[in-house]
Design a protein around this ligand. Structure first.
Ligand code: PLP
Length: 396
């Protein structure tokens, strides 16, 4: 079975491009040019050199000895937390800004929840001297002040969104609205493997540098270029898609995606989209969505602002549907405990999102000889307030 995208942008029955008429020519243009541009030698050269000298790639593949001992397997961590701006998101924004420039665009818009994608976008816009507007829900602006200051210092305009719950879903709606009004000069940099085709495929390809590096790093360290398990957290799905990309059709590798259960999959306060979602259309693509009986989108909840999206990328909807990937869910408390465990055992403070991936370990059974690679999608600096609260309240 082929788990990659088909020519219409579908992964199995998920994906596609459900967009308003006014965006058709824009999206069609992007669809017709993105593969040619990405495969252009000059583009690849510039992308690779920025990933190396600006982002700091390749990110290390670190053998976590104490964690390995505890869970009885050989556990490697793919250190996306060491990238410039502190997460994997920069891989995608570097790629898309180069693409936007090649397409002659002069204005960049983006949506952001926790502010990580907003900061990564504002960063590359400063680098390339492009106008940058970031849509962000008012609730998130209040929760993520530091990232708002960073975006503004980098020269971006942060536009508060006051509709709905004033969070990521609403910011995405507003960015799409802006794009509809400015289709010719504006490129919309989507931050995850979501949105209409070709976005999920394009973002997955830019993030696939993660699994390309895992292959060569494992070859060097283990004498074989594949692991037994790959583990990553999923919000919209971009760090997981990048981690899985070159192994999607390699059945020797078990894929494990961990979504945010919030207070629990059996509560209303959750973001476990694949566990609880039903099929529907959100932000231009068909996927699983948490919704009410009559199709109203339910506001997701997770302690981690990067994971509380009501949908899931179509890539992962299909991987789950075809049982190619195992989908686990980790609660807020499990993620907090996992964050503390990594900090104590390995001296690495992970992002709360990545802590959900780490929370998979106590739920899994390994053989001693298993080689496991888990992607640490980001660093914990932005989550220190949450960690401090948890420590004060003796939750961890
Ligand atoms: C945004 C973010 C995520 C979630 O996004 P994906 O597209 O699912 O990867 C995960 N980890 C970190 C550190 C993030 O900033």
């Amino acid at each position: 079975m082929d788990f990659n995208v088909d020519k219409d942008g579908y992964y199995g029955e998920f994906g596609g491009a459900y967009i308003p008429e006014i965006l058709h020519s824009n999206v069609k243009n992007l669809r017709e040019s993105y593969l040619d541009l990405m495969n252009d030698e000059k583009f690849k050269e510039e992308f690779d050199s920025l990933l190396r000298d600006y982002v700091g790639r390749p990110s290390p593949l670190y053998l976590a000895k104490r964690l390995s001992e505890k869970y009885g397997a050989k556990i490697y961590l793919k250190r996306e937390d060491l990238n410039h701006t502190g997460a994997h998101k920069i891989n995608n924004t570097i790629g898309q800004i180069l693409l936007a420039r090649r397409m002659g665009k002069t204005r960049i818009i983006a949506e952001t929840g926790a502010g990580q994608h907003g900061v990564a976008t504002a960063t590359v816009c400063a680098l390339m001297n492009m106008k940058c507007i970031v849509y962000m829900g008012e609730t998130d602006i209040a929760r993520q002040a530091l990232n708002v200051y960073k975006m503004e210092m980098l020269g971006a305009e942060v536009r508060p969104v006051t509709s709905g719950n004033k969070t990521l879903k609403d910011a995405t709606n507003e960015a799409i609205r802006d794009w509809c009004c400015n289709p010719s000069d504006t490129h919309y940099i989507i931050g995850s493997t979501v949105g209409p085709h070709p976005y999920p495929d394009m973002v997955a390809r830019f993030q696939s540098v993660i699994s390309a590096e895992i292959k060569s790093q494992l070859q060097e360290k283990e004498g074989r270029d594949y692991p037994d398990y790959l583990i990553a957290c999923v919000g919209g799905g971009s760090n997981a898609a990048g981690t899985f990309y070159h192994y999607l059709n390699d059945e020797r590798v078990k894929l494990v995606a961990v979504e945010a259960a919030g207070l629990g999959v059996d509560t209303e306060e959750t973001a476990a989209t694949i566990h609880l979602g039903r099929k529907g259309i959100i932000h231009g693509s068909k996927t699983y969505i948490i919704q009410t009986e009559d199709g109203q989108i339910v506001e997701p909840y997770s302690i981690s602002a990067g994971l509380d999206y009501p949908g899931i990328g179509p890539i992962h909807a299909n991987l789950a549907d075809k049982k190619r990937a195992e989908i686990l869910a980790a609660t807020d408390d499990e993620a907090l405990k996992a964050a503390m465990e990594l900090t104590t055992l390995e001296g690495i403070i992970p992002a709360l999102e990545s802590s959900h991936a780490l929370a998979a370990f106590p739920k899994m059974k390994f053989d001693d000889s298993d080689v496991v690679v888990l992607t640490i999608s980001g660093r914990g600096d932005k989550d220190m307030d949450t960690y401090i609260d948890a420590i004060k309240n003796q939750k961890i």
